[in-house]
Design a protein around this ligand. Structure first.
Ligand SMILES: NC(=O)c1ccc[n+]([C@@H]2O[C@H](COP(=O)([O-])OP(=O)(O)OC[C@H]3O[C@@H](n4cnc5c(N)ncnc54)[C@H](OP(=O)(O)O)[C@@H]3O)[C@@H](O)[C@H]2O)c1
Length: 253
């Protein structure tokens, strides 16, 4: 079990970011919750983390705004000092991400930039900015998607962005391994959150269709992804780096 560790979870005001923060808290990890504007959602996550017995703080971070990262890291560094015992960040979960879906002819340049600037550029440069704050033996987990393994029409730009996230995760594992830092990606399958307009939670026909294509016969729940991320971050998987862990119930095998 991981104890007395400190984690940063991006986009933790709702969805998989919140479930990840809570799964880490349940394992005794203190959590810095970030949001890009939904302070209320982030404070609610922090409240639930504290209720689970871990410390929590909230910071604002738009991962598509790379120019804000220097200030963010300054703020985060000050916070970690204020927390005392923390020797740096032990866990970083790059969860914040967007999906813009549509067939080839419908995708605009703006859509492309939104997806890549958030999922790829934001993830990469945030990791670069956080390096000075990482503790020896830290674990970085980048959230990808099962869509890098299987294929669905109208997902090209999103899938490509997550494939890039997986590729950069492997390379950074090689680069940061010299400091004992692990870098892995986690690939959720369809999971019932607000993502894609809440379709995997609210659209009964889509849920049924996906359930029929899934070995375990249903779509995933956010807690199942949060638990997987917290497990991947734990000492039990301390020898795993440069890996892609799919948590999808076996979708589209
Ligand atoms: N749910 C699924 O089926 C599924 C499957 C595979 C992978 N994923 C991935 O899992 C991650 C979390 O998704 P989710 O299901 O929890 O979806 P969600 O409910 O839509 O949450 C997305 C989170 O990312 C944040 N975010 C988006 N752009 C941001 C930016 N520029 N800066 C900071 N935060 C930003 C959102 O903030 P706001 O609240 O401000 O919008 C929100 O907190 C994403 O990377 C997604 O691609 C999800």
């Amino acid at each position: 079990m991981v104890e007395n560790r400190t984690a940063l979870v991006t986009g933790a005001n709702r969805g998989l970011g919140r479930s990840t923060a809570l799964a880490l808290a349940a394992r005794g990890v203190d959590v810095v919750v970030t949001h890009r504007g939904d302070a209320e959602g982030a404070e609610e996550t922090a409240r639930q983390v504290r209720a689970a017995g871990a410390a929590s703080a909230v910071l604002r971070l738009d991962i598509s705004d790379v120019s804000s990262f220097t200030d963010f890291v300054d703020q985060l560094g000050g916070l970690l000092e204020h927390w005392g015992g923390a020797s740096g960040l032990d866990v970083v979960v790059n969860n914040a991400g967007v999906g813009v879906f549509g067939p080839l002819e419908a995708v605009t340049l703006d859509d492309f930039h939104t997806v890549f600037d958030t999922n790829v550029r934001g993830t990469f440069f945030l990791i670069q900015s956080l390096v000075p704050l990482l503790a020896q033996g830290a674990s970085i987990i980048n959230v990808s998607s099962s869509l890098t393994r299987h294929t669905s029409p109208a997902t090209s730009v999103y899938s490509a962005s997550k494939a890039a996230v997986e590729a950069l995760s492997r390379t950074l594992a090689a680069e940061l391994g010299t400091r004992g830092i692990r870098v892995n990606s986690i690939a959720p399958g369809p999971t019932a959150t607000d993502f894609n307009g809440g379709a995997m939670r609210d659209d009964a026909q889509m849920r049924q269709g996906l359930a029929e294509q899934t070995a375990l016969g249903r779509v995933g729940e956010p807690e199942e992804i949060g638990d997987a991320i917290a497990t991947l971050a734990s000492d039990g998987l301390r020898w795993a780096t440069a890996q892609r862990l799919e948590v999808s119930g076996g979708v589209f095998l």
